[in-house]
Design a protein around this ligand. Sequence first.
Ligand code: ATP
Ligand code: MG
Length: 288
Amino acid sequence: MQKNEEEYGGAPLSAYASAGQPSSKVLEIENLRKVHVRNNGKQQEDLVVIESVNFSVNEGEFVTIIGPSGCGKSTLLNIIAGLESHNGGDIVVRGHRVPSTGPDIVMIFQEDALFPWLTVLDNVAFGLRRKGISKSERRRIAMQYIELVQLGHFADSYVHQLSGGMKQRVSIARGLSMNPRVLLMDEPFGALDYRTREILQQQIQEIHAKTKKTILFVTHDVREAVSLGDRVILLTHRPSKIKQQYVVDLPRPRSSEDPQLHGLINIIQKELKEEIKYAGTDVGNEII
Ligand SMILES: Nc1ncnc2c1ncn2[C@@H]1O[C@H](COP(=O)(O)OP(=O)(O)OP(=O)(O)O)[C@@H](O)[C@H]1O
Ligand SMILES: [Mg+2]
């Protein structure tokens, strides 16, 4: 840790354990363990994907997660969202154990499942139907979030008429309109071209500043993780554990020219490469 702080250029960089107040925790992952059962020809084999993962996320915090391909990042988010079971440990959202957290948690995927035959407004308003509020109120709330992602002029367009970046903004508006406690994002910009990704990275920071939502964001891209996160969690190769956590104590909006940002990117990139190297020695493992 000391060495990292020096390489980082003297800016504060400390283990998360020393930051944040326990009272503001919104999400707690305790001793999480996950075993997938994989078909290997005629046999089934157990694949330990997650082993003893512990961390917590504070209210309003933007946490990014990075790790080698196949280490279990999507599995982790799916478990937190209540979409997959786990084999040990607990996930607690504001005192409620997953999977009974309901609308407290909303997930946004790389390629979101929007309804192409509905307009932008109807897509965003759709999720609110379960909340038992009137149609006009649903449309009012939806429109607020459509404006937030700067798609006000496209509210009446059909989803199939939009670009990939615009579709992801609709997904973000739909997720936020549910007013979840935690927004989970699994490589939400992974399928977009470089320029569009940069614009959305900027926008998600602005949205986070305005809404103060708690966000847990998985990415393959170290630069993205450091640019967006208040904190970066680096996972090891499978079975994944937390290798290191980095508090990104840099002002926003962050500049790609900032030498401190570059310093931290280099540190994490080096650590990640180590993990990819280990993963590559594990026969049958997927690496980047
Ligand atoms: N339903 C499943 N059944 C069996 N094995 C699974 C299942 N889902 C995922 N796995 C395995 O679990 C491991 C972790 O998968 P996961 O998709 O969580 O990784 P990831 O870190 O998100 O990878 P990537 O960065 O490529 O998206 C992989 O080895 C994968 O093959
Ligand atoms: Mg994944």
